[in-house]
Design a protein around this ligand. Sequence first.
Ligand code: S3P
Length: 464
Amino acid sequence: MRRPVPELSDALNAITPDSPPRARSFRIAPGGTLRGEVRVPGDKSISHRAIMLGALADGETVVTGFLEGADSLATLAAFRAMGVEIEGPDAGRVRIRGVGLHGLTAPAAPLDVGNAGTAMRLLCGLLAGQRFASTLVGDASLSRRPMRRVTEPLAQMGASIETTAAGTAPLLIRPVPRLTPIDYAMPVASAQVKSCLLLAGLYADGTSCITEPAVTRDHTERMLATFGCPVQRDGRKVCIRGGSRLTAPPDGVPVAVPADISSAAFFLVGASIAEDADLLLPAVGLNPTRIGVLNILEAMGARLTITNHHDSGAEPVADIRVQSAGLKGIEIPAVQVPLAIDEFPALFIAAACAEGETLLTGAEELRVKESDRIAVMAAGLGALGVETEVLPDGIRIQGRGGRSLGGGSIDSHGDHRIAMAFAMAALRAEAPLLVQDCENVNTSFPGFARLAAGAGLGIEEHVA
Ligand code: S3P
C-alpha cells in the first residue's frame, strides 16, 4: 500500500526548536598537562556509512568500533524506521540485517537526523532513489545549513525534492519513476555531496560520474569496495554503475571502524600546547584524505611520532604519540584545507598558542558547518585575548607565543568541535574557562570530558 506523501508543513512542525537541551557546560581549570594513553571513539564518517551500506547490502554485516554518538545513532535509527533490523550498538558492535538495494520500507514519520549533516546529505541521495516518499528533518543548526548543493544535482538526475525557500531542510523527497545518471563537476569540495550522488547513482539507469575540485575524504568509495561494489576512479573523477548490488562482507569479517582522527585532533593540539605532555593515541584512522591536521601540526613544529601502521579493513590506521612542542605560526597550504576541514577549531587553538602569525584562506566552507566556525572561533579567541582578523574565507591569528591565554566564558554555539577545542585551550590559560552549550559534544565524542580528565585536563561537566 502506498503511504500518503507527508506535507512539508507537517515536517516543519516536527522540528523542535533547538532540540537538545542547551544547559551542559564544561568548567576547566587553567594549566595542567596531558599524559598517558587515550583511546578516542570510532570515526563518525565511517560509522554513518557502515550503517547505510550494511542496510542496503544483501546479507548480514557486523560493524565493530561503531561510534555511539548522537549523529551516527540518528542514522541507525533512520534505517530502523525504514524496516532494517539492527542489533546493538553494544560496546561499538552493531549487527545489520541488510535488506538489499530495494528492500527499505516507507518510514511512518519524518526521519529526524538531529545535528548530523552527513546523515542528511547522504540519506537525501539514497532516499531520492526509493519507491516511497520520505521527509528528512534536523535540529535548528542543521535546518540552517545549505542543502541545494545536494538537491540541485539530484534534481538533474530527475529526483523530486522540496526544500524551504532558503534551500534548507526539511527535505521532502517524493518517489520518481526513474533516476537518470549524472556526470557532475562539483562546485565545492565536499565528501558529503560526492557520497550523496554516489548513493543516488546506485539507483540510476546507467553510470554516474562525479568530479571533485579537490580531493575529499574517500570513505564511501573504500566501503563500497568492501561491499563488492567498486567505484572507478580516474584522478578526481569517480564513477558508479547504477543497479550494482552490495554484498555484506563474508561471515566473521566485520566492518571495523577506526578511531576518529577528528576526535584525536583535540588531544593532538592539547598535548602540543601543554607543558610536559606525552600522550599516546592508539589505532587512529590515518586515511590520506583525512590527515591534514597531522601535516599542518607538523609544519607548525609539533612533535608527532607515528608507529604501528596497519590496515583496519579498508582504512589505514596507526598509533600517534604526541609530546609538548614550541609551535610556530604558518600560512596553511591550500591543499591541506579539505584534508583538515573538521580540525580547524582545534588548529586555531594551536595557532593561538604558537609563536607568530597563522593565516588560513580558502576555507569558506567553515562558515556553513555546525556553526560559522570562523566567526564563532574568532569571538571565543577574542574573549581569551587572542588577536584575530576575520577574512571572508579564513582567518589570521596572532599567536601568543610564550604568553598565556586569558580565561573566562566561551559560547560554543552548540558546535561540538568548538566546545572541545576551547576545552583544550585551558591548558594554556591563566584563569578558569567556562565553555557553554556543550550538549552536542555527544554527537561525535561521547565521554570526551571523562577521557580528557583521565589524561590530566582539569575538566568538569555540568548539567544545569
Ligand atoms: C563529512 C564530510 C565533510 C565533513 C563532515 C563529514 C563526511 O563535510 O566536514 O564533518 O562524512 O562526508 P563536507 O562534505 O560538507 O565538506
